[in-house]
Design a protein around this ligand. Structure first.
Ligand SMILES: [Cu+2]
Length: 143
C-alpha cells in the first residue's frame, strides 16, 4: 500500500512540475520568429583598443526601456566572455549588463586579449522572449 501511495505522489509531483513548466513558458513574452539581434560593431575578428564602442542591432522588433510592456519590444543585455548562456527562462541577472534605459550602444573597457560578446534581448521584466532573441557570439581581440 505504501508503495502505491509513493508512486501516486511521484506521478502527481511530475504532473504538477510539467504544468508549472508549461505555465512559465506560456507567460513568456512572444517574439516574432524573424526577429534578429546582432552586433553591428565591432565585427567578429576585429582588433580594438582597450576602450571601444559596441553598437547593438535589432531587426523585426523595437527597443523599449525596462518596465515598459509594449508588443514586440525588449531591451538589450550584453554578455561579455560568457562561456554559456544564462538561464533563458528567468529574468536575466548580473551575468549580463542591462541596458534598461533602451540604449542601443555602449562603451566597453576590457583587458588586452581575446574576448567574446553576445547580445540577449529581454522583455519588460528582463526575461528573454519566446523564442529567445539572441545574437551570434563574436570574438574580438583587445590590444
Ligand atoms: Cu534587463
Amino acid at each position: 500500500m505504501k508503495k502505491v501511495f509513493s508512486k501516486i505522489l511521484v506521478a502527481t509531483a511530475a504532473i504538477a512540475m510539467s504544468s508549472l513548466l508549461v505555465a512559465q513558458q506560456a507567460e513568456k513574452t512572444p517574439a516574432p520568429a524573424e526577429a534578429q539581434l546582432y552586433i553591428v560593431s565591432p565585427q567578429s575578428g576585429a582588433v580594438v583598443s582597450q576602450t571601444f564602442n559596441v553598437v547593438f542591432g535589432l531587426q523585426g522588433m523595437g527597443v523599449a526601456p525596462a518596465g515598459v510592456q509594449t508588443n514586440n519590444t525588449g531591451h538589450h543585455h550584453l554578455l561579455v566572455d560568457g562561456a554559456t548562456l544564462p538561464d533563458l527562462n528567468a529574468p536575466l541577472g548580473a551575468a549580463v549588463t542591462h541596458f534598461g534605459g533602451g540604449q542601443t550602444q555602449t562603451t566597453l573597457t576590457l583587458t588586452p586579449g581575446r574576448h567574446t560578446l553576445q547580445l540577449i534581448l529581454g522583455d519588460h521584466v528582463h526575461t528573454p522572449h519566446n523564442p529567445p532573441v539572441i545574437s551570434e557570439k563574436i570574438t574580438i581581440t583587445v590590444q
